[in-house]
Write a protein that binds this ligand. Structure first.
Ligand SMILES: Cc1cc2nc3c(=O)[nH]c(=O)nc-3n(C[C@H](O)[C@H](O)[C@H](O)COP(=O)(O)O)c2cc1C
Length: 334
């Protein structure tokens, strides 16, 4: 097997995959590569770095996703990030929002492979971490397979060897970002064909993957898979990853074990003046389709958002969700 680093990834998701979310996901999988939310190069250079870029050592392996299209700024932002210890720097060439288009970055860069190549070259020259690109299969009317290949080849010529491909095109005019994740049809086969045509590149498939079984099936055709919404909304899907995808021996963590392991982290966050809900808002889907899943979600949604909420609220939620369940019940329910 040529490539391992991206065999299973959790997608960059604005407002969702913040540092608290990533620490929670880490309690379920040690090996998946975790991506940050997108941060613009300008924000990295001029913004509050501790807030925008801070992460905990346990989040490794972790990739920072950058947004931008100015090679000089991206190079500087990449250098700052790699100095902070990020394992990879990823460039966003897939986001279709108006705000991002105004800044001439995100998915509209699919039309400018030469500019993306310059960005990648500058980011690679400024620091030692690998530089990867997350893109779509096309945009607007520029969505023939030949256009896609031209984009990939142009960017690969600048030394990018890893591409994460969201397997649907983006309509830059007329669809909202949410619609652009749902309306254009998925075309996984086009990404398979890219891997077949360019076997030396590492190709990671993203879009519509919901289970580890589906991930396994895709891995017959590509080097890696990336899950977004399914990993966030039904995070227990991640518990199976280390064993099934990475061949680790040992028990899959139960939901209760993953939450209990999160308590020390949440306690430090509270001691530093943070709110419990900053952490617990990411765990609401953990008992998705489980007997006490709704009660668990309700308790945390109502109680953890109070400014005075302490760690006892999380303990109570675990007790509520776990009451009466032993390990065998849990694995049957999984
Ligand atoms: C709430 C939300 C925020 C997202 N933010 C980003 C982002 O910052 N950068 C990015 O490249 N993609 C972003 N995406 C797209 C995802 O990374 C992913 O490509 C998309 O959801 C398709 O994968 P899925 O079907 O597994 O969810 C976002 C998706 C969602 C749902």
């Amino acid at each position: 097997m040529q490539y391992q680093a991206h065999r299973f990834c959790v997608a960059p998701m604005m407002d969702w995959t913040d540092r608290h979310c990533r620490v929670f996901h880490r309690q379920l999988t040690k090996h998946a590569l975790l991506y940050t939310e997108m941060v613009t190069a300008d924000a990295v250079i001029h913004g509050d770095r501790a807030r925008l870029l801070g992460f905990s050592p346990e989040e490794h392996p972790i990739a920072l996703q950058l947004g931008g299209s100015n090679p000089g700024k991206l190079a500087e932002a990449a250098r700052i990030a790699s100095d902070l210890g990020y394992d990879e720097i990823n460039l966003n060439v897939g986001c279709p929002s108006d705000r991002v288009q105004e800044g001439r970055f995100g998915a509209c860069l699919m039309a400018e492979p030469e500019l993306v190549a310059s960005c990648v070259a500058a980011m690679r020259a400024s620091q030692p971490a690998p530089v990867t690109v997350k893109c779509r299969i096309g945009i607007d009317d520029q969505d023939e397979e030949a256009d896609f290949q031209r984009f990939i080849d142009g960017v690969a010529a600048a030394g990018c060897t890893t591409f994460v491909v969201h397997a649907r095109k983006a309509w830059l005019k007329g669809l909202s970002p949410k619609e652009n994740r749902e309306v254009p049809p998925l075309d996984h086969a086009r990404v398979y064909r890219l891997k077949a045509a360019r076997p030396d590149l590492e190709i990671v498939l993203n879009g519509g993957i919901e289970t580890v079984d589906q991930a396994q099936a895709h891995l017959e055709h590509v080097d890696g898979v990336m899950l977004g919404r399914a990993a966030y909304q039904n995070p227990y899907v991640l518990a199976e990853v280390d064993r099934t995808i990475f061949g680790e021996a040992g028990d899959v963590p139960t939901r209760g074990e993953a939450l209990t392991a999160l308590i020390p982290y949440a306690e430090v966050h509270l001691r530093n003046g943070g709110r419990l809900s900053n952490v617990t808002r990411h765990v609401l889907g953990l008992y998705h389709c489980q007997p006490r899943g709704r009660a668990f979600r309700r308790l945390l949604s109502e109680e953890a958002t109070r400014s005075s909420a302490g760690i006892d609220v999380l303990r109570a939620a675990i007790e509520l969700a776990e009451s009466g369940l032993n390990r065998e019940d849990q694995s049957r329910a999984a």
